[in-house]
Design a protein around this ligand. Structure first.
Ligand SMILES: [Zn+2]
Length: 221
């Protein structure tokens, strides 16, 4: 899943408006941001296997550090803990921890059973939404569009940058998602290096957030 994780990042802003979009992108995408680094270090592995599922030609056969449920729970707690240590907001800390965990849950929905439950075990999980391209697109786009609208309506631009940087990111994500469906990557290094570029979306998120402000909502009595 790609767009869905960003949908979660955008939508989470509405829950705790003090958390920056950059932090939310980092949290919701953390596993996939560390993954290419471990691929290049030879710690985790992926195989190009066209037809592995209808949606992706990638066979995620070895990624226990970034994508095993047990370690993801630990990464979620650590990420929330670091946030609390830096910002002192427990609501924000819980939210960003949940955002890290949400990545595994959305991957669980889409991947075939290739997600390890523990880094050393032989039990794997995955509901296999990727076996159907229309179902994948429906679910992923729904999460993305809902998230984008939640962010768009719970914040407002304070200048032109706040408007264009935000919609620019939305357009960039949509185009990247379409491009990634267009063909089979030539080799694993190409996958890893392209995925490393996603790190740029974190500062992009902070940049957007500095140029928008939360819309104050009437208190829900
Ligand atoms: Zn993932």
């Amino acid at each position: 899943m790609f767009l869905g994780h960003f949908g979660v990042a955008f939508g989470s802003k509405r829950i705790v408006p003090t958390v920056s979009l950059g932090t939310l992108i980092l949290a919701a995408q953390l596993l996939d941001l560390v993954w290419p680094v471990l691929l290049l270090l030879g710690v985790e592995h992926v195989r190009i296997d066209p037809g592995n599922t209808a949606f992706t030609p990638l066979d995620f056969y070895d990624y226990p550090i970034t994508h095993s449920l047990l370690l993801v729970l630990i990464w979620s707690l650590l990420f929330g803990g670091v946030y609390y240590g830096l910002r002192r907001g427990w609501k924000g800390a819980v939210l960003v921890g949940c955002a890290v965990l949400s990545h595994w849950i959305l991957d669980f929905l889409t991947h075939r059973p290739d997600l390890p439950l523990s880094p050393w075990g032989q039990s794997f999980a995955g509901l296999g939404l990727w076996n159907s391209v229309p179902a994948t697109l429906l679910v992923e786009w729904t999460i993305f569009i809902v998230g984008v609208f939640l962010y768009a309506f719970s914040t407002r631009p304070i200048d032109r940058t706040g408007r264009y940087a935000f919609w620019g990111l939305v357009a960039f994500l949509v185009l990247s998602s379409i491009a990634s469906m267009a063909g089979v990557p030539p080799n694993v290094d190409a996958i890893a290096y392209t995925s490393l570029f996603l790190w740029l979306l974190v500062p992009w998120g902070y940049w957007i957030d500095r140029h928008r402000q939360p819309v104050s909502r009437p208190p829900t009595a």
